[in-house]
Design a protein around this ligand. Structure first.
Ligand code: BGC
Length: 755
């Protein structure tokens, strides 16, 4: 390993500044005289987008495996398989001379309209964090780096480069940051990419609070922070905030600005040195991995197929699936011939090969007669003749398979979706075909939740196949014919309609600002709280078999938060075929000082079971599973009290529950102040003993003045009135009777409390 301190000591100011800005669209600046190599980064996240010419931002990239996108990966709930994918990604990076892959993306799916949701895992921070950590571990285990992105609160594409996300502290800590936090703490991504947008008024690239205080100091990121491409506005301010590398390059004026800032004293050279130290650490680490060995494209294609198969969610099935002994099949829909397997934008991969759904289907069809009808056009025009032809084909067959892909123009990086709907023609097609052919299966390709209420009743079965990667066509066939028993579960809620969604009123914002007014309540946290029906809940997914849950046990009925709790449950395959069940563990806090969601995912595991087989699933809940972030204390806290531990097959299908009592070990700092209310004084553990005797005297004096419980006296209703008044105001009302000014009395009480 190079002696970084000595290299920094030898670097000129110009060399340091140059290292902190890219030299090309994808490369960092080499410093030959000191033996500092350049480093190459490439998108990401679900495949390597290596452009041969590093000066080109966009160019057809070199062939690489296009794995399923994040929504599909998250639906596998299978961290081990995601880690395997990470290893495969690293092998491709090595082959393509890439040091760092730009991913994964862990932004929350705040609204299903976000055009980039296909690149993000979930509406739940726990699930997203676990998935990201596994992917990062996989990639980095092979000596290739990752870039965890886009930090933070980049939850819409609308005005993504400027929008100011207004998010309160608790919501940031509990919803928008934890996936990053988990990934950083568990997997140490080599780099973290800041977001374009502003968060509470400050650009992602200039956020001292997020980049330095939280990411580096609190979570301990060892690597460096890179800007999203073009996210830096003021280079010097960004450096000061903790943004180490600006991309893309070259940007000679930026380099010059840094040099001048140091020369003029506007920027402390120590700040620049720290960025250089972080960048060099990764540059040299990356150089340790020899590049160039070819990857096994066939093996990676097979892995992509497994992933796509595990990610497919069986949304509905009346028993038609898996298909058996079908002699005549009508295949309908463009997506059967032109696989829709990835999204538009920076993640667009040039695949090594693509499985066409129709061809893959034919391989399993055992000589059945298969017809193909296009069904719908590539654009949003209405073409009744295509529907007529499809209906005729469906009528002549025993089964109709409708391959419906949300058109690429409806969903992409760079802009948001306008609605949650399929095209008018697609909906009309589904209805018309199902009307003549009861044995119809709809197979969907899309990156995020769709509204389905107008057509979901019509087909016999529906598969959510997502943006399924280059091998998805084969994976669909695997599931249709039962070679693979579907086991994916939704990592995002499918609402009934757009106006039901949590951010509906506060999206997309106006005047350059979007207020996260729904706070903690995104995804199932919102639907649970509102008791609002949805099309398919978070965590939902069907199977060709059935599972029973029994024998739930917890390690203790009463436990200390720091010791945590172990939860076990037995899961039995009660159906006819082997299958995989994803077991979900949710926690509900019965009573807290602040509002909490009705339930939150805090653990999950999957079990493979043969028919009749039972296995025990054991999960551990740590301190954070019970804690919430209290903005007044500025820390994660637990409180004494009861929690429900809920084990289920989805967020809406809880199979077993236990109630346990938590003993908190958190010592809360006292936060009483001049304006604290009577209730706050009485509820504060340190305020209470000081205040209670004073309060008793005060009440006695008041009762003397105004009378007791009777009409107009100090009864319950007056107490209700008083409790939420600041002590100072209550005292001011009786200032004539007081021996000293209210402020002095309060200062005396506070002195006793803080003594
Ligand atoms: C995207 C990033 C991507 C970068 C480089 C940006 O526009 O937001 O996700 O990694 O471009 O292509």
């Amino acid at each position: 390993m190079a002696d970084i301190a000595s290299i920094i000591a030898q670097m000129t100011l110009e060399e340091k500044a140059a290292l902190c800005t890219g030299v090309t669209s994808w490369g960092t600046t080499p410093i030959e005289r000191l033996g500092v190599p350049g480093m190459t980064v490439s998108d990401g996240p679900h495949g390597v987008r290596r452009v041969a010419d590093e000066t080109a931002l966009v160019q057809e990239s070199l062939p690489a495996t296009c794995f399923p996108t994040a929504s599909s990966l998250a639906a596998t709930w299978d961290p081990a398989l995601i880690e395997e994918m990470g290893q495969a990604l690293a092998e491709e990076c090595i082959a393509l001379h890439v040091d760092v892959i730009l991913g994964p993306g862990v932004n929350m799916k705040r609204t299903p309209l976000c055009g980039r949701n296909f690149e993000y895992f979930s509406e739940d921070p726990y699930l997203a964090g676990e998935m990201a950590a596994s992917l990062i571990k996989g990639v980095q285990s092979r000596g290739v780096g990752t870039s965890l992105k886009h930090y933070a609160a980049n939850n819409q594409e609308y005005q993504r480069m400027t929008i100011n996300a207004k998010v309160d502290e608790r919501t940031l800590r509990e919803i928008y940051l934890p996936a990053f936090e988990t990934a950083v703490k568990k997997a140490q991504p080599w780099t973290v990419m800041c977001s374009y947008n502003r968060v509470n008024g400050v650009y992602g690239s200039e956020q001292t609070y997020l980049l330095t205080e939280i990411l580096k100091e609190e979570w301990g990121l060892e690597g460096f922070v890179v800007s999203d491409w073009g996210a830096v506005h003021d280079r010097v301010a960004a450096l000061k905030a903790g943004l180490d590398l600006e991309m893309p390059g070259p940007r000679p004026r930026r380099v010059q600005a840094v040099v001048e800032a140091v020369q003029s004293g506007a920027l402390d050279e120590a700040v620049l040195n720290e960025a250089v130290r972080r960048i060099l650490g990764i540059v040299f680490k990356a150089a340790e991995t020899p590049k160039g060995a070819p990857f096994d494209a066939a093996a990676h294609h097979a892995l992509a197929r497994r992933l796509a198969g595990e990610g497919i969610v069986l949304l509905k099935n009346n028993g038609l699936l898996p298909l058996k002994d079908v002699r005549r099949m009508a295949v309908i829909g463009r997506a059967a011939r032109e696989a829709h397997f990835q999204g538009g934008g920076s993640s667009h991969i040039n695949p090594t090969q693509v499985d066409m759904p129709l061809e893959e289907l034919a391989k399993f069809a055992g000589g059945a007669e298969i017809t193909f009808s296009e069904g719908y056009p590539a654009d949003d025009s209405s073409q009744p003749d295509l529907i007529e032809a499809a209906v005729a084909a469906a009528q002549a067959a025993e089964v109709a398979l409708l391959y419906i892909a949300l058109p690429a123009y409806k969903e992409s990086e760079g802009y948001d979706r306008a609605d949650l709907d399929l095209t008018g023609q697609q909906v009309a097609l589904i209805k018309a075909v199902c009307a003549v052919q009861p044995n119809s299966v709809v197979i969907l390709n899309n990156g995020s939740a769709l509204a389905m209420s107008t057509w979901i009743d019509a087909p016999a079965a529906v598969l959510e196949a997502w943006m399924m990667g280059q091998a998805g066509g084969g994976a669909i066939a695997d599931v249709l014919f039962g070679i693979v028993n579907p086991s994916g579960k939704l990592a995002e809620t499918f609402p009934l309609k757009l106006s039901d969604t949590p951010a509906y009123i506060n999206y997309p914002g106006e005047n350059g600002e979007v207020r996260y007014g729904e706070g903690l309540f995104i995804g199932y946290r919102y639907y649970d709280m509102r008791e609002q029906p949805v099309q398919f809940p978070f965590g939902y997914g069907g199977s060709y078999t059935t599972f029973a849950y029994s024998g739930m046990r917890v390690s203790a009925k009463t436990f200390r938060d720091v010791e945590g709790l172990t939860v076990s449950v037995d899961v039995t395959n009660t159906g006819p075929v082997a299958g995989r069940e994803i077991v979900q563990l949710y926690v509900h806090d019965r009573k807290a000082q602040l509002v909490r969601p009705p339930k939150e995912l805090k653990g999950f595991a999957s079990v493979e079971l043969q028919p009749g087989e039972t296995k025990t699933v054991t999960l551990f809940l740590d301190f954070r599973a019970f804690a919430y972030y209290h903005p007044a204390y500025g820390q994660w806290i637990t409180e004494n009290g009861e929690f429900d531990i809920l084990v289920g097959a989805s967020s809406a299908d809880i199979r077993c529950a236990e109630t346990v009592t938590l003993e908190s070990t958190v010592e809360l700092p006292c936060i009483l102040h001049r304006e604290s209310t009577l209730r706050e004084w009485l509820e504060d553990p340190r305020g209470k003993p000081v205040f209670e005797p004073f309060f008793a005297q005060m009440l006695a004096a008041m009762r003397e003045m105004f009378g007791g419980e009777g009409e107009g006296g100090i009864g319950m209703e007056v107490m209700g009135f008083l409790l939420d008044m600041p002590l100072r105001d209550v005292l001011e009302f009786q200032s004539q009777q007081l021996p000293a000014p209210a402020d002095e009395i309060i200062a005396g009480l506070l002195q006793q409390v803080y003594a």
